[in-house]
Ligand binder design. Structure first.
Ligand code: SAM
Ligand code: MG
Length: 285
């Protein structure tokens, strides 16, 4: 399925190789999300190999554990504002259906459930979903999470809809970022919310997330990230815009090596998170 997209991509001039592929796809006006897959088997194999370490706070997923309070602060503030909920409430997301695409071991799904959301967690790697299920079952609050081994595009084709669709640190691992965003959008109700986080395609990101985190600090297994798969905030905004999602807010995450904490920042040159709203297009009415 890659050769046809490669051929049609040739006429587009975006600087991002994967986005070029998607532009080509978008031009054939196909509304079906099942025509392409978001799966990149090489990427999935990397996550499968370390699936039993999801909940080891000092293991390969240490950066995600460390980022969790920071990204949850962003999610709490943007989504409480979006859904007119009280951010100081213990369960602000009560009554809302959230889906966490590429949930891994459930590092995000669990706190969202604790904040009252009805959560569906989805991952393409079966082992991840099994680990997530076992971990969530240890607590009655998180045992309510629905975990599925599937993809955003399959669920979109099934017509599933959610108030908010979240996908953190996943888009840089999928086969087709723009098609992936279309699937995320298809899963979102009109006027619903979308939250994505990833790594910017800058020299600073290369230095810190690949050279620093993989080769010097050895936080992440070597080969975890490909610089060329990183997505700039401009590209993210553009592909979401074309998928009927308007980006409303973007924040950076900056690591403080002294405290070991991540802070929300205006600096989006390395790690960043974006919140957008699904347009209510004429076709949805
Ligand atoms: C870096 S982890 C992020 C996990 C989680 N979102 C978090 O931030 O804690 C990326 C996850 O995305 C999953 N993944 C990669 N490609 C996927 C796809 N096309 N569809 C669904 N999940 C995918 C991987 O199996 C892995 O669990
Ligand atoms: Mg990543």
């Amino acid at each position: 399925s890659t050769s046809d997209t490669d051929a049609s991509a040739a006429s587009f001039s975006s600087s991002h190789p994967k986005i070029q592929t998607l532009e080509g796809k978008a031009s054939n006006k196909s509304r079906s999300t099942s025509s392409t897959t978001s799966l990149n088997e090489d990427e999935l194999a990397k996550f499968s190999a370390i699936a039993d370490t999801w909940w080891h706070s000092e293991g390969p997923f240490k950066p995600l554990h460390q980022m969790n309070p920071t990204r949850l602060a962003f999610i709490r503030s943007t989504l409480c504002r979006h859904f007119s909920k009280d951010p100081s409430s213990a369960k602000p997301f009560e009554g809302l259906k959230f889906i966490d695409i590429g949930c891994g071991g459930g590092l995000l799904s669990e706190p969202l459930a604790r904040m009252g959301a009805t959560v569906t967690g989805v991952d393409a790697v079966d082992k991840n979903v099994k680990i997530a299920r076992l971990h969530a079952d240890m607590d009655p609050v998180t045992s309510t999470i629905e975990y599925l081994c599937t993809t955003a595009e399959k669920l979109a084709d099934e017509g599933r809809k959610f108030d908010a669709v979240l996908s953190l640190e996943v888009i840089e691992h999928v086969a087709n970022p723009a098609e992936f965003c279309k699937s995320l959008s298809a899963l979102t109700i009109p006027n619903g919310a979308t939250v994505l986080s990833t790594i910017n395609r800058t020299m600073r990101a290369y230095a810190s997330t690949i050279v620093g985190a993989e080769y010097i600090l050895r936080w992440l297994p070597k080969g975890t990230h490909q610089w060329s798969s990183f997505v700039t905030p401009e590209e993210m905004s553009m592909i979401l815009q074309r998928a009927s999602v308007d980006v409303k807010e973007i924040a950076g995450f900056v690591y403080n090596p002294i405290t070991g904490r991540w802070l929300l920042s205006d600096d989006i040159s390395v790690n960043y998170i974006a919140y957008g709203t699904k347009r209510k297009d004429l076709g949805d009415i």
